[in-house]
Design a protein around this ligand. Structure first.
Ligand SMILES: [Zn+2]
Length: 391
């Protein structure tokens, strides 16, 4: 299958034609005469994004409005989440599928989904998320993390349900605040690492802890991953502490992250310090961008649009130059491909033809204005038109 995409501006650069054969970019001369043609009409071509941290099983995207009480503590949020889910009308597969289709329509090619696993839920959330992902497999890669939202040690029976989730098709072992929420760091870590070994899987762990104490936990986890032979297979999500520590301590933590091949994800939360992105990226620590929960019992905010998340990150960083604003979308495009095990998507020859066409002036203006996505392609096939997913 071959396609000629005429008169587009890759990353806002000069007008050119792009060729696609068998789902990857090739020189336009290699496209056989008579192949399908897409008229770009001067639109900008941008690679589609990776949402490296999202909770599709929790979402109420497309459901009626949920009023939330004031909540501050993690335990309050967890309790409200369990209660609110009992009143949801649609199934996990329906809600997650709705969110995933809108993710595709706004230009997302892959996501890492943290899916709640606990005795109170059994495998319902994993089964529903996998069902939604399977229906969209032509358009979206979905990795499922078996996420112990209620804790591992504080919710007895969770380790068994996590093992069942891994058997049922979850791709990664999840974790949550082993020290502060679970109160038994060694207990949670031994469950996580033993499941990782048993299923030859990576780990992606939420860590909300702050300041020097939180940074020490990041370092301990990185050292443990290395000692357990899991180089390159641990992701720490949030790691707020790294935005709050001295530059001397940050250097020590970065050394441990690099030694363990540890990656990070950030979501630019409104109430938490930003990761020191400049220092981490300059040092070579892989950092992916995610949305975290989208309109769920925890929070009314967010959308599946990764251009919007790039805008939020740029806004929170306070950057204004074209390059720095556009860099926040680059964070969503390529950084996570390494630790998600995906081919990079940069619009280079040989890359998968995963991209979108947008009317605009330059990538920075697109991040700020977030114009409609006219066309989204996955491996050279059109998967969304005018903001509507075709699957
Ligand atoms: Zn999360």
């Amino acid at each position: 299958m071959s396609v000629l995409v005429r008169e587009v501006r890759p990353w806002g650069g000069p007008l050119t034609d792009m060729g696609i054969v068998d789902g990857v970019f090739v020189s336009p001369e290699l496209v056989e005469p008579g192949s399908a043609v897409i008229e770009g009409e001067g639109r900008i071509a941008l690679p589609t994004a990776i949402n490296s941290h999202v909770h599709p099983d929790k979402t109420m995207w497309g459901e009626s409005w949920l009023s939330r009480p004031p909540m501050r503590e993690l335990t309050e949020l967890i309790d409200f989440d369990v209660e609110a889910r009992r009143g949801l009308g649609d199934t996990v597969a329906t809600r997650a599928g709705r969110l995933m289709r809108d993710a595709v329509a706004t230009g997302t090619r892959a996501m890492r989904a943290h899916v709640d696993v606990a005795p109170v839920y059994g495998l319902d959330n994993v089964v529903g998320t996998v069902e939604a992902a399977t229906a969209l497999s032509q358009a979206l890669d979905v990795q499922v993390v078996a996420f112990p939202q209620l804790g591992v040690m504080r919710a007895p029976g969770t380790a068994d349900v996590m093992r069942q989730a891994m058997t049922a098709g979850a791709d990664l072992v999840g974790g949550l605040d082993p020290w502060s929420l679970d109160g038994d760091a060694e207990g949670q870590m031994s469950v996580l690492f033993s499941l990782a070994h048993e299923f030859d899987a990576g780990i992606d762990l939420h860590l909300h802890d702050h300041r020097d104490e939180g940074a020490l936990m990041v370092r301990t986890l990185a050292e443990r991953a290395l000692a357990e032979g899991l180089y390159g297979r641990l992701t720490i999500s949030h790691a707020f502490a790294l935005g709050e520590i001295s530059s001397d301590l940050l250097v020590l933590v970065i050394d441990a992250l690099l030694a363990g091949g540890v990656s990070l994800t950030t979501c630019a939360h409104g109430d938490a310090p930003l990761l020191p992105l400049r220092e981490l990226i300059a040092a070579g620590v892989p950092v992916g961008l995610g949305t975290d929960g989208i309109r769920d019992p925890w929070s009314p905010y967010g959308s599946p649009d990764m251009v919007e998340r790039a805008w939020l990150t740029a806004y929170r960083l306070g950057v204004s130059s074209d390059e720095e604003v556009a860099d926040q979308y680059r964070l969503a495009v390529d950084a996570a491909s390494h630790f998600l095990g995906l081919a990079p998507s940069r619009l280079h020859m040989g890359d998968p033809a995963d991209f979108m066409l947008v009317r605009g002036e330059c990538p920075a203006q697109i991040v700020v204005d977030r114009p409609p996505r006219d066309l989204v392609l996955r491996r050279g096939e059109i998967v969304a038109v005018d903001g509507k997913c075709l699957l």
